[in-house]
Write a protein that binds this ligand. Structure first.
Ligand SMILES: O=C(O)C(=O)C[C@H](O)[C@H](O)CO
Ligand SMILES: [Mg+2]
Length: 403
C-alpha cells in the first residue's frame, strides 16, 4: 500500500491544532496530531517542507522503517518539533494499518489489558473553597481521580486556574502574558488546599496535583512531605527535569508518588529517571514523544521498574492524540492513569471521535483505526490564530522563572 499524498491541516476551533493526513493508493487515509502548543507552525513547516516529500511512494505498512528513517535520517535527532512531526506520521500510519486490518488500533498492539481507561479531570478554582466545590463537581460527574489546582492568595495568575472551570486553556494571548510567582506563598497554601479537600471529599477518590516545574528539588521534597497526610496519587512535574538526577533529592525526602514527562520527547529524556526508580509515573504521550512506536518503548522500559504510565491529556493535545493514547492505554500492561481535559464542543465537532466517557472512564471505541477523523470543511472555518503560553516572573524582583 503506497503513500500517495500527505498534507497538513492547521485549524483553530477555540485553540490551534495541527493535523497530518496521509492518503494511500488503496483509498485508506489516516490522521495524526502534530500540535505543539505555542509553536504550531514550526511543526507544520517541518512536516510540509521536510517530511512529506520523503513519504510519497513509501509503503504505508512499514511503520518501523519510516520511523527510523525520519529519526536517524534527519541526522538532527530528538527535540519537540522533530518528534511531534514523527509522531504525527507514526499515528497516521498506525491508523491506516488498523483500518486495513479492519480492527481497532488496540488489537494491533496486543489487545485489551483492561475494560476501560481511568482518567483524571482538572478541577480548578480561584481559592480553596472554590476549588473544593469544583472537586466535588468532578466527583459528582463520576470521576474517580481528580487533579486540584487553586489560585494562591497574593498571586495574580497561576498555572492551572483558568477563566472558565470546565475548559482550561493556558495559551491565553497572542504574545506571552506574564504571571507572578512566589514559592513561599504557594508552599504555604497548597497543603491547606488538600487538607480541606480531604475534609469535604473523603478518601474514596484519587487526588493529584501539578506543580508545573515551579519548585527547586529541595522545595519539592518539602511539599511532597507536607502532602503525605492527604495520600496523593501523584505530585506532577515537581521540578524541571533536564537534570534527571534532580529527582533523587526529592525522592530522598518524600513518599508522595512522583510523575513527570509531559514535555519529554524521547526515551532518552526519561531513561535515568526510570532506571534509577526516581519516578512512579511517566507522562510522555503520543504526540510529543514520537508516536505509538516510541511510547511503547518507553512503557516497556518503565515496566521493568514498576513505573506506570500517565499520559498527558491537556486541551492542546488534539482529540486525535487522545484517541490514539486511549488505544495505547487500553493495551499497555503497566497503565496508571490518563489525563482528560475536555475539549470544547467546537473542537469535538471538527474532530468526530469514537471515544466515550462514562463513570470516570474513557473507552476508545471499536471502529477500525484510532477512531478519530477530521471534518476538513468545518476545520477550514477556523483559521490559525497565534497564541502563546504565559511566562512566570518572581514576584519580588521580576526574575524570569519556570511557568
Ligand atoms: O495538563 C497538564 O498537565 C499541563 O501541565 C498542561 C500544560 O501546561 C499544557 O499542555 C502546555 O501546553
Ligand atoms: Mg502538567
Amino acid at each position: 500500500m503506497k503513500i500517495t499524498n500527505a498534507r497538513v491541516i492547521v485549524c483553530s476551533p477555540g485553540r490551534n491544532f495541527v493535523t497530518l493526513k496521509i492518503e494511500t493508493d488503496e483509498g485508506l487515509t489516516g490522521i495524526g496530531d502534530a500540535t505543539l502548543n505555542g509553536r504550531e507552525l514550526s511543526v507544520a513547516s517541518y512536516l510540509t517542507d521536510h517530511v512529506i516529500p520523503c513519504l510519497i511512494g513509501r509503503d504505508a505498512h512499514q511503520i518501523e522503517d519510516i520511523w527510523q528513517f525520519l529519526y536517524k535520517g534527519a541526522y538532527w535527532r530528538r527535540g519537540p518539533v522533530t518528534m511531534s512531526a514523527i509522531a504525527a506520521v507514526d499515528t497516521a500510519l498506525w491508523d491506516i494499518k488498523a483500518k486495513a486490518a479492519g480492527l481497532p488500533l488496540y488489537q494491533l498492539l496486543g489487545g485489551k489489558s483492561r475494560t476501560g481507561v481511568m482518567v483524571y479531570g482538572h478541577a480548578n478554582g480561584s481559592d480553596i473553597e472554590h476549588t473544593v466545590d469544583e472537586v466535588l463537581r468532578y466527583a459528582d460527574a463520576g470521576y474517580k481521580a481528580i487533579r486540584a489546582q487553586s489560585g494562591v492568595p497574593g498571586l495574580d495568575k497561576v498555572y492551572g486556574v483558568g477563566k472558565g472551570t470546565l475548559f482550561y486553556e493556558p495559551a491565553d494571548a497572542d504574545l506571552p502574558s506574564e504571571h507572578d510567582w512566589s514559592t513561599e506563598k504557594y508552599l504555604r497554601h497548597t497543603p491547606k488546599l488538600f487538607e480541606r479537600i480531604r475534609e469535604k471529599l473523603g478518601w474514596d477518590h484519587h487526588l493529584l496535583h501539578d506543580v508545573h516545574h515551579r519548585l527547586t528539588p529541595i522545595e519539592a521534597g518539602r511539599l511532597g512531605k507536607d502532602l503525605e497526610p492527604y495520600r496523593l496519587f501523584w505530585m506532577e512535574d515537581a521540578t524541571p527535569a533536564e537534570n534527571q538526577d534532580a529527582f533523587r533529592l526529592i525522592r530522598q525526602h518524600t513518599t508522595t508518588p512522583l510523575a513527570v514527562g509531559e514535555i519529554f520527547n524521547s526515551i532518552w529524556d526519561c531513561k535515568g529517571l526510570i532506571e534509577n526508580q526516581l519516578i512512579d509515573y511517566i507522562r510522555a504521550t503520543v504526540v510529543h514523544a514520537g508516536g505509538i512506536t516510541q511510547l511503547r518503548r518507553i512503557a516497556d522500559l518503565a515496566s521493568l521498574y514498576q513505573v506506570r504510565t500517565g499520559c498527558h491529556g491537556a486541551t492542546d493535545l488534539s482529540p486525535v492524540c487522545m484517541g490514539a493514547a486511549l488505544h495505547f492505554d487500553l493495551w499497555v500492561p503497566n497503565f496508571g492513569i490518563q489525563e482528560y481535559m475536555r475539549h470544547t464542543p467546537e473542537t469535538d465537532a471538527v474532530f468526530p471521535h469514537a471515544y466515550t466517557f462514562q463513570d470516570g472512564m474513557l473507552y476508545p471505541g471499536d471502529v477500525p483505526g484510532h477512531g478519530v477523523e477530521i471534518d476538513e470543511e468545518l476545520a477550514a472555518r477556523y483559521p490559525y490564530q497565534r497564541a502563546y503560553l504565559p511566562v512566570n516572573r518572581l514576584q519580588h524582583d521580576g526574575t524570569l522563572w519556570n511557568w
